[in-house]
Write a protein that binds this ligand. Structure first.
Ligand code: FAD
Ligand code: FES
Length: 274
């Protein structure tokens, strides 16, 4: 059965800067609220009355609450800049929900399974919805957030409020542990987190981090579901612009992903250094 998706207009309820250059936007949309799952994304038009930028912007669904969804985005170019200037009351043109989300069944099936969530920077966007879904179902969530510096760390208090365990690392040591988030995860899995061996890792972040998560999964034997942040155009499998090399052949990040089993991903040097 094909997943339901359509172009729909939501109403912007709030659009706030929560950290330098990082915004959250809350949108009222009955369709997206009802149909979205954690790990899926929407392809949005930054503004209704412009064709610049021409392409829609893919953004992960950050929160799914009743008839509302939220997005969390970093301003990096023309489209996200335009989005940051949108005001409450305006409408947002969205295509979605798109892609395959996270598979929560391994954690739901086993009451004692631990979900280990790993976010790099604004990779926290789709993982928040996942953490909320799992904690609502009384599952244990250990959330690891890594960033270059403390200004890029978001959502810590909110995650604690929904019942997730939260650990933070920064490359410069300005908040939490100094170093790579995957090093902190390895330390946890070989110490306090021994009970996570029957759990699942879920990760979203820059390509080098995802590559390192693949290594963590291999070293510990804990299966990992990870997102691949490919450049996208159509978002629906038509342009073939988001091809991903896997051990099972070429897959499309927009329809086969963006969430993939880490074990099947293949990497070239250019992708890992992106
Ligand atoms: C499935 C998916 C989910 C994403 N979720 C989030 C999220 O939740 N929060 C967030 O901050 N960012 C997310 N991104 C990245 C986000 O889409 C880009 O940062 C954004 O498209 C940049 O647009 P821009 O016009 O501001 O920048 P520009 O660099 O001017 O982008 C020009 C065009 O290039 C494409 N593009 C640029 N960077 C990317 C990128 N990294 N990935 C895909 N297309 C890109 C877009 O089509 C965009 O219209 C996601 C990307 C993908 C593929
Ligand atoms: S973005 Fe067009 S096929 Fe994936």
């Amino acid at each position: 059965m094909k997943a339901a998706k359509k172009i729909t207009k939501g109403t912007i309820l709030r659009n706030r800067e929560i950290a330098p250059g990082i915004f959250t936007m809350d949108i009222k949309s009955r369709w997206m609220g009802k149909k979205s799952r954690a790990g899926q994304f929407v392809n949005i038009k930054a503004a209704d009355d412009t064709t610049d930028p021409l392409l829609r912007i893919p953004l992960g669904i950050h929160k799914i609450r009743g008839e509302e969804i939220s997005l969390l985005y970093k301003v990096v170019g023309a489209g996200t800049k335009l989005l940051s200037l949108r005001s409450p009351g305006g409408s947002l043109d969205m295509l979605g929900p798109l892609g395959k989300g996270f598979d929560v069944s391994p954690v739901i099936r086993r009451k004692k399974a631990v979900a280990v969530l790993i976010a790099g920077g604004h990779g926290i966007a789709p993982l928040f919805a996942l953490a909320e879904e799992l904690t609502n179902k009384m599952r244990k969530v250990e959330f690891f957030i890594g960033a270059c510096t403390r200004e890029e760390i978001t959502c810590v208090e909110e995650l604690k409020k929904i019942g997730a365990g939260v650990r933070v690392s920064t490359d410069d040591g300005s908040r939490g542990e100094r170093g790579r988030v995957t090093e902190m995860v390895m330390e946890y899995l070989s110490g306090d987190g021994k009970d996570a061996e029957h759990g699942t890792i879920y990760a979203c972040g820059p390509m080098p981090m995802i590559r390192a998560v693949q290594d963590v999964s291999k070293a510990t034997g804990i299966p990992a579901q990870v997102t691949r942040d490919e450049y996208m155009a159509c978002g629906i499998g038509a342009c073939r612009g988001c091809a991903v090399e896997t051990t099972e052949g070429v897959k499309l990040a927009c329809t086969d992903g963006p969430v993939f089993n880490a074990a099947i991903l293949k990497w070239d040097k250019e992708t890992v250094e992106k």
